[in-house]
Write a protein that binds this ligand. Structure first.
Ligand code: AMP
Length: 215
């Protein structure tokens, strides 16, 4: 099974993708995560992407489609994939069609997480993760149970994304509205789009997605 999770920044794509990985043994391909790893490692791709990401703008279609193709080549054909944060433009959607058909994969669902945009800035600017195990937290909605200590691995080190500040979030939203939302009709025309209420609590969103995957 190959699915795309679509929705604006902060809609919960990454959270839901990692839950599906745990529960279904699917693989999450997050271009954002892959680009952040490239920036951290200082690869040529990372060097090109760093400033663009910090500004909240979109990295070039060639770069992201290239890393998606390479990542798929590392997987067994039967492994299910969740595309998280890709495609984000009409050109990327067209590339994904080719990338999938070259690998004899088909797209099963495009799941749109519908959210109230006003809530997103608060969701994003408050979020942080454990620097060691990547467990997600939030200043207001999910503090660690013991202050300053990760619930999962006990680490005392946490990190925030440099692009999770209000100004950059606004640019990311504008990019989403201008370039990513317009790809929904492409998938709607193929009958692939399913909508989920992304404002529900995390568990309910997961259940709604699971119901779609089992349908
Ligand atoms: P994300 O983690 O999905 O919020 O992505 C963080 C940043 O990485 C975005 O604001 C973009 O700068 C870049 N990025 C991630 N995925 C893509 C993509 N599919 N196309 C272009 N830029 C991307």
């Amino acid at each position: 099974m190959n699915i795309i999770l679509l929705g604006p920044p902060g809609a919960g794509k990454g959270t839901q993708a990692s839950r599906l990985v745990d529960e279904r043994g699917m693989i999450q391909l997050s271009t954002g995560d892959m680009l952040r790893a490239a920036v951290k490692a200082g690869t040529p791709t990372g060097l090109k992407a760093k400033a663009v990401m910090e500004a909240g703008e979109l990295v070039s279609d060639e770069i992201v489609s290239g890393i998606i193709g390479e990542a798929l080549d590392d997987l067994k054909p039967e492994t299910g994939v969740i595309f998280d944060g890709y495609p984000r433009t009409a050109a990327q959607a067209a590339s994904l069609d080719v990338i999938l058909s070259d690998r004899k994969r088909t797209l099963d669902h495009v799941i749109e997480l519908e959210v109230d945009e006003d809530a997103l800035v608060e969701r994003i600017t408050g979020r942080f993760t454990c620097a060691k195990c990547n467990e997600g937290y939030h200043d207001k909605f999910k503090q660690p149970k013991a202050a300053g200590v990760c619930d999962v691995c006990g680490s005392a080190e946490f990190k925030r994304r440099p692009d999770d500040n209000e100004e950059t979030v606004r640019t990311r939203m504008t990019e989403y509205r201008a370039k990513t939302a317009p790809i929904l009709p492409i998938y709607e025309a193929r009958g692939l789009v399913r909508r989920v209420d992304g404002m529900a609590d995390i568990e309910h969103v997961t259940q709604a997605i699971e119901a779609i995957l089992d349908s």
